[in-house]
Ligand binder design. Structure first.
Ligand code: ARG
Length: 563
């Protein structure tokens, strides 16, 4: 039951406003002792030409409490409504038990498609922390959008085209070692790529050579294409291992190369609209008027470029999927690039350019380490995941788990911990990654949530199933009410996360719910409690576990039943 609607309809019956309008005015008092909902009557003052205090008083006299609403009280110009706690608890807990992991879902997005582009690593380069950020935010967003009814298309816009492939081919021809490449593809390809940059400093002829190779590649020359395809296959194989560990998948791997033959069309369209300008033998779209540097479309050597491929990709996506929204989960340093090509799309007359959204995120810094592919000084994501899992395993030394359960459990908790650490911060805020924040079960970490969930499951196991028809009127402790209230807001929380494209909203919510659960756990008996209170509390825990599990799912994290 939607109690806000119930309150709105009670008010609506006694005024001339419709339910939706009233619902929009209702607030949730910060002090829950005052009420569960409040109508700020100053919003009606100009219409009734009376003071808010007067309006609140008169409405309170007209509106009768009912089964769902236990009291209606005027307080200083607010009309406060207290929800009937028993009816409220019964409704929410029954709903959670009925809907299970579908609790909190919605159908607002039905019939609409949202594209979520994320991850998008570069071929032959390490999958770095920025890509991890994008991957986990993208995974969470797609689950969030699905949960409110949208169809999602998860796109991995691979960086598999561009002049750097000319450099790589050149590097390979000079220093490539097939055996080493097959053994550790990305490390070895990175090694020769870095060597290329060092050597090119001394010998500029190398850059010329690299340019020629890329031109050949763009021209479809079989030799260069074969090498490129080999690099790509090897890289994808390595990326797949990571995606498997993270539990991530994609609906499309159309990367930059997919658009290489769609470039001339973009150039034609731009020409038709007289948007192209020649500048130092290159072609650009001038964005001076919009206070942005020009968007480069074709380079002076005729080679295509990142932005052009993005323009082609957006046009392709609109044709292919007729998206409602086209979301790019990419680091904030690329913000200008997105503003530029969104603007170019608009100037081309695509009114849907307004539906393209850059969901940016700030850097994650590892204290004392710098990221740069060109110097080879990178943090390998795999190493981060491995370290997390190994540290968790150390903490689990006293676990009562069966031997063969330890590894898979540590894997889930360790990986979940890294994902959670990335998603619990506001995505636009820089973050310094520390193991303390990530792994300590005493702080707001992934393991803390995992632990809370496992604690709940453990009680449910001991309680051996649920009795029928728990008497929820017995759940009168303050913390019990707070848990029920919190759980009742899940749908609003999911919608907020969707509107802000911000998984943090879910992470914060599940932290708060877990804290309530733990304080309940510390202050209320369950297994040793007398019936029928025991049954009611077990049902409360069951509901709480369902909601925690759902939240972790929305963040892309798997739960464990014991640890
Ligand atoms: N491959 C790029 C990188 O690693 C990210 C691609 C972002 N997406 C896009 N449509 N431009 O920096």
């Amino acid at each position: 039951m939607d109690y806000k609607k119930v309150v709105a309809s009670l008010i609506s019956e006694k005024t001339e406003f419709d339910i939706d309008k009233i619902e929009g005015m209702l607030e949730v008092p910060s002090n829950t002792e005052m009420g569960d909902y409040a109508l700020p009557c100053f919003k009606l003052a100009s219409i009734y030409k009376k003071s808010p205090v007067m309006i609140a008083k008169e409405l309170a006299e007209k509106i009768q409490p009912n089964d769902e609403i236990s009291s209606v009280t005027p307080v200083n110009g607010y009309l406060n409504f207290m929800v009937n706690k028993v009816s409220f608890a019964t409704t929410i807990l029954d709903e959670i038990s009925e809907k299970g992991d579908l609790f909190g879902d919605d159908s607002v997005g039905e019939g609409k498609t949202v594209i979520i582009e994320s991850s998008s690593p570069n071929i032959a380069k390490p999958f770095h922390i920025g890509h991890l950020c994008s991957t986990v935010i993208g995974q969470s967003l797609s689950r969030l959008y699905q949960s409110v009814g949208y169809k999602t298309v998860k796109v991995n816009h691979l960086g598999d085209w561009g002049t750097q492939f000319g450099k790589l081919i050149s590097a390979y021809k000079h220093w490539g070692d097939d055996e080493a490449i097959e053994k550790e593809p990305i490390k070895e390809l990175l090694r020769i790529y870095v060597k290329f940059h060092e050597e090119a400093e001394k010998d500029p002829e190398l850059d010329e050579e690299a340019r020629r190779y890329f031109k050949n590649l763009e021209g479809g020359s079989p030799e260069e294409t074969k090498l490129w395809q080999w690099f790509k296959d090897l890289s994808l194989k390595e990326f797949a291992l990571l995606y498997n560990r993270l539990g991530v998948s994609f609906d499309s791997y159309h990367g930059e190369s997919f658009y290489s033959d769609k470039m001339p069309e973009v150039v034609d369209l731009l020409e038709e609209r007289s948007l192209l300008k020649e500048s130092e033998h290159a072609y650009i779209v001038d964005l001076d008027e919009y206070n942005m540097p020009p968007c480069m479309i074709v380079k002076s050597d005729g080679a295509s470029i990142y932005a052009t491929r993005d323009i082609a990709a957006a046009i392709y996506r609109k044709k292919e999927y007729d998206f409602y929204k086209n979301i790019y989960v990419v680091g904030i340093p690329q913000a200008l690039h997105f503003q530029q090509f969104f603007k170019v799309l608009e100037l081309m007359g695509n009114e849907w350019s307004k539906d393209c959204v850059h969901v940016g995120f700030a850097h994650v810094r590892f204290p004392d380490k710098k990221l740069s592919t060109r110097t080879g000084n990178v943090i390998y994501l795999e190493d981060v995941l491995d370290e997390s899992v190994n540290r968790i395993k150390e903490y689990m030394q006293n676990t009562k788990l069966e031997e063969d359960m330890i590894d898979p459990t540590a894997e889930k908790i360790g990986i979940g911990a890294v994902i959670f650490a990335f998603l619990k911060r506001s995505r636009e805020k820089e973050m310094v990654f520390t193991w303390e924040d990530t792994l300590n079960v005493e702080v707001e970490s992934g393991p803390y949530i995992h632990y809370t969930y496992a604690r709940g499951v453990n009680i449910l196991r001991k309680a051996e199933g649920l009795a029928d028809h728990p008497d929820y009127s017995l759940l009168t402790e303050k913390v019990e009410t707070a848990m029920i209230n919190k759980m009742s807001t899940l749908n609003d929380v999911i919608k907020e996360a969707v509107n802000r494209n911000e998984p943090m909203v879910i992470a914060r919510y599940v932290i708060e719910l877990s804290k309530l659960f733990n304080s309940f756990y510390n202050s209320c008996k369950v297994i040793n409690e007398e019936q029928p209170l025991k049954t009611a509390r077990v049902a409360l825990i069951q509901a709480c576990c369902t909601v925690i599990k759902k939240c972790l799912y929305l963040l892309g994290i798997e739960t464990v039943d014991a640890m």
